[in-house]
Design a protein around this ligand. Sequence first.
Ligand SMILES: Nc1ncnc2c1ncn2[C@@H]1O[C@H](COP(=O)(O)OP(=O)(O)OP(=O)(O)O)[C@@H](O)[C@H]1O
Length: 240
Amino acid sequence: MEMLKVQNLSVNYGYITALTNASIEVDKGEIITLIGSNGAGKTTMLMSISNLVQKNQGQIFFKEKNISKVPSHKIVKNGLCHVPEGRKIFPALTVYENLWLGTIGNQNIKKKDVQELVEKQYDLFPRLKERRNQGGGSLSGGEQQMLAIARGLMMDPDLIMLDEPSLGLAPIVVEEIFELILKIRDTGKTVLLIEQNAAMALSIADRGYVLQNGRIALQGKGIELLHNEDVKRLYLGADD
Ligand SMILES: Nc1ncnc2c1ncn2[C@@H]1O[C@H](COP(=O)(O)OP(=O)(O)OP(=O)(O)O)[C@@H](O)[C@H]1O
C-alpha cells in the first residue's frame, strides 16, 4: 500500500531554488532514505511534506489523501510525524515529561493510552527507561536523539520522518541509532530517513533517492545505490 507520494515538488526560498520537480514514493512498511550533500534540499523535502514551507508546485499524498494544503498540526494527527534535525528536546524536563509532551495536542490519544505508549517507547529504548527521571539536558547526544525519536513515536504515527538522526554522533552511537530504526520498522512503522551518512542509510534502506541540487538524480534499491559507481564516488568516499 502506498503510504506517501510526493509529486513534482518545487520549492524556492526567494531567489534560491531548493527543490525542482522532485517526486518520491514511500510504501507501507518500507525504510526509504533520501541522501545528498549539504544544501541538496533534503530538509526542505521533509518541511514541505509537513507543510512547514510554502510549495511553488507539487502535491503531497499521505494514505491516498491530498495533504498539500492541510495545516502541519493536522498532518501529525493523521499519522505522519516529523522528527526535525537537531533533537530539540526540553532539557529542563525529565525524559518521562519529554515523552508525555509528545502527545500534547492530539485528542486522538486518550489520557489512559499515554502510559501504554510510554511503556512501548521504554521497550524500544531501554536506556530511556533507565533514565526516565533524569533531566533531558543531562543525556548524552545519542540518548537525546533517541528521546527525540521516542517523543515522535508517542504520536503513534504510521510514518515517521527522521531528519539526520546520526548528525554529530560517534560511530558506535550512529550504529545503535540505525539498529533502532530497523526495530521501529519492525513495530509496523514506515520510515522516511534523511541522511548525510549515505553508507549507513543505504545499508538499512529498502530503497533510496539521491538529491542533487534539488533534483532527484538517482533512485533505486538501497543495496544497488550502495554499489553504484557515482554514489560511491560522490557520497561514500573514495575508499568505499
Ligand atoms: N529558510 C531559508 N531561506 C533561504 N534559503 C534556504 C532556507 N532554508 C534552506 N535554504 C536553502 O535551500 C537549499 C536547500 O536546503 P536544505 O536545508 O533543504 O538542504 P539539506 O539537503 O537539508 O542540507 P543539510 O544537509 O545541510 O541540512 C540550500 O541552498 C539552502 O541554503
